[in-house]
Ligand binder design. Sequence first.
Ligand code: ARG
Length: 479
Amino acid sequence: MSPEPDTASGESKVPRQLWEGRFDHGPADALMALSVSLAFDKRLFPDDIEGSRAHVRGLLRAGILDADEERAILMALDQVGQELVDGSFEFTPTDEDIHTAIERRVTEIAGATGAKLHTGRSRNDQVALDLRIFSKREILGVVERILALQQALLDRADDAGDAYLPGYTHLQRAQPVLLSHHLLAHGWALARDTDRLFDCRGRLDVSPLGAGALAGSSLDLSPELVAEELGFAGVFDNSLDAVSDRDFVAELVFAVTLCAVHLSRLGEEVIIWATEEFGFIALPDEYSTGSSMLPQKKNPDIGELVRGKSGRLIGNLAGLLATLKALPLAYNRDLQEDKEPLFDSLDQVNLSLTALTGLLRSVSFDTERMQAAADIPEVAATDLAEHLVAGGMPFREAHALVGALVAESQREGVPLEELVEDHGDLGLPALGLLQQGVAVRRRRTRGGGGPEAFGEQRARFTEVLDRDRARWSSLARGL
Ligand code: ARG
């Protein structure tokens, strides 16, 4: 339990602190209330225990613990871990954070031997270590969800076959594209998110353990061996940097924020496509909500929540960077403010990814409506201009000619088809371009919106997906 201050100031009855030797008085309730981070850093407990186990083995190697002492502390750590898992761990009001709580309990269990656990270590290198172990694992959790969403997009793209819809610029119908092409556009943005997360994981894979409070240790400890034992790819080179570096938190929050921004764009399209005005999708009951007052409503709340949460993540990122700005070396307590934005951003992006994946898997596409929207002849205007270009006309001239025909059609209320058929430079061959489904098939250059190009794109997308799955599996095996 976190301590509840019973008065706004004054001394707590808390008997002991980690630093009691230097102090005549315990902390004021107001200080404890401000200082306590247990409520949110509790979730670091598996990482704290893992880090402590490696540290204890290092203390044995350094001759600070003998084999019996090492075994006693490791067993106490096991017991504490078990208590934290099964919920029997009893927190006390002096448990300022998870590190304090675990050390306190180890000492209760292992007595004077337990009191040797913190030798040569500070909470400064300890918390940096915990957060890196945590981040390495959490990144894989986010990537796993991204991969599931990408697979859902690919499956729906495959279901869509040759269905097409208008592609938009400025939210105005522009040129027809395959629905599968549109869906994979989101898939590629997610592939970059995965890439960024793997990159970030590679850079943060550096152990800070052994940096101590800020300057390393006089004891015969080996930062390299504990790093290796913990499965880190590297070890710090500068102890001041090791305890004050939160670049990895900022990078990770940025990576998931950009992912959330991508999800907000997908969410926004779900919202627009579900409107009666568009009518491109029908929302499944399980993934939409009703109105408490309006009986006819079916609302795209998932899209809206995902869109809204991206704002929250942007706020977390901005807040974190503001916390880091201008901090002098090395550790400062401000750094405790790194955890809530990180935890919240991870939690929110995970919720968003899972909900959007479920929605996407069960939404139904009204491909007739999509195609009807794409089959208006104006959507093929670029093809008319390109047809003229193929006959040798400069593009600017062709553009002006077709633009004038579209304007005339709208002004006079004459179907564009008639004007095209009657035009000397266009005529019957050009009329064929306005037929349903023709324009989309003509987008055949690499990465284009037609079926031939899509086949190649699909092959490259599955390659990327397979590569990322393999990267995920090999990293997950190393956990
Ligand atoms: N709860 C602290 C944090 O998250 C742990 C480190 C405390 N270090 C200190 N020197 N007071 O940053």
